[in-house]
Design a protein around this ligand. Structure first.
Ligand SMILES: NC(=O)c1ccc[n+]([C@@H]2O[C@H](COP(=O)([O-])OP(=O)(O)OC[C@H]3O[C@@H](n4cnc5c(N)ncnc54)[C@H](O)[C@@H]3O)[C@@H](O)[C@H]2O)c1
Length: 320
């Protein structure tokens, strides 16, 4: 039995406890930011408000504190949204243990100091290069995982044995893991697919969306190679796999649909999706300053159109 700490009680963090518990691990879930959510989980008999299920009986739920990190864990899982990575980074700055850390968060950050786009795992290790970080990405709707619907995911670490070891802790007959060494490719693919699912959603019909899907794949390959990942990783679960699930349903493709109908981003957000987090749009704001200057626009026309539409609040114009 392994001791696992999950940081982030949102949909994915909570759903991730399900296969771990089925695998007989001793799991603690902690929420570092959203007090309302934490109180709901603690006082409403573990009913999760967005998953709409009661979390496993054997799951322990605790308030987050720096002290919790210093306890002995076999695996620490980070499942906060990309904006929350900075908070966790600060807490891990003085972390001395060699404990395996697994990052579920999808996203990228433009680091203005070094003028580079960095991944979530790179952001976490700023200030502590000794952290033992792996990443887990791929097509996974939290609600489906919580209902034990068969899902496949990919774990990446430069040392494949570490990735495989983590795979043994989490995989069950309904949650299967693949293992890769291309950490950058996996992180870039899983982040930019949020932007491409908006583009695919903007197609005027399914025929158009399919053509956009095919074009998106080319651009994802180009970008992943540009950022020093492997093109072949885009063909895997973190790329094509995750692009499919986000494009057929989800908030990014829904926003894409409104953009395709001619709404500008701000109007569509206000009118139809006021309370929703659109991860692809957040990412567009984050990476646009870099991409619009540093990447050859002719190689990524779909990405450029979307970045302009979101960040400059212009009508989406897709020509290819
Ligand atoms: N790797 C995978 O298989 C997989 C699958 C689904 C989602 N995800 C990713 O997991 C992350 C969380 O997704 P979710 O669906 O659980 O989202 P969610 O909105 O349900 O939960 C967000 C979590 O982040 C925390 N958070 C938000 N703002 C914060 C801040 N400023 N500081 C600290 N913590 C903060 C919240 O308290 C909550 O715990 C996203 O990056 C998402 O893309 C990964």
């Amino acid at each position: 039995m392994k001791k696992v700490l999950i940081i982030g009680g949102g949909a994915m963090g909570a759903a991730f406890s399900v296969p771990l518990i089925d695998n007989n691990q001793k799991v603690t879930l902690t929420e570092p930011y959203n007090t309302k959510l934490l109180n709901q989980l603690l006082h409403k008999k573990k009913f999760h408000p967005s998953l709409k299920i009661v979390l496993p009986k054997r799951l322990s739920i605790k308030k987050f504190s720096p002290h919790i990190l210093s306890q002995k864990w076999d695996l620490i899982v980070i499942a906060v949204s990309s904006i929350g990575i900075e908070l966790i980074r600060k807490h891990l700055k003085g972390f001395k243990q060699k404990t395996s850390i697994l990052v579920l968060t999808k996203g990228l950050k433009y680091d203005r100091k070094i003028n580079k786009i960095i991944t979530m795992s790179e952001q976490l290790s700023i200030g502590n290069k000794n952290l033992n970080i792996s990443v887990l990405k791929g097509p996974c709707l939290a609600k489906e995982l919580a209902k034990k619907i068969k899902s496949y995911t990919v774990i990446a670490n430069k040392n494949i044995r570490i990735a495989e070891k983590i795979g043994k802790i989490i995989s069950t007959n309904y949650y299967k893991t693949e293992h890769l060494t291309d950490v950058r490719g996996v992180e870039f693919s899983s982040a930019i697919k949020n932007i491409y699912s908006m583009i695919i959603g903007s197609g005027e019909g399914k025929n158009t969306s399919s053509a956009l899907f095919r074009k998106s794949f080319d651009e994802m390959e180009y970008l992943v190679k540009f950022f020093k990942g492997k093109a072949e990783t885009v063909r895997g679960l973190a790329g094509l796999g995750d692009l499919y699930v986000s494009a057929v349903g989800g908030r990014n493709s829904k926003m894409g649909e409104y953009l395709g109908k001619g709404f500008n981003f701000k109007n569509a957000k206000r009118k139809f999706m006021k309370k929703d987090t659109i991860e692809g749009a957040d990412l567009a704001y984050e990476i646009a300053p870099y991409i619009l200057k540093k990447v050859n626009r002719k190689k990524i026309p779909l990405m450029i159109s979307l970045l302009n539409a979101v960040t400059k609040n212009k009508k989406l114009k897709i020509t290819y």
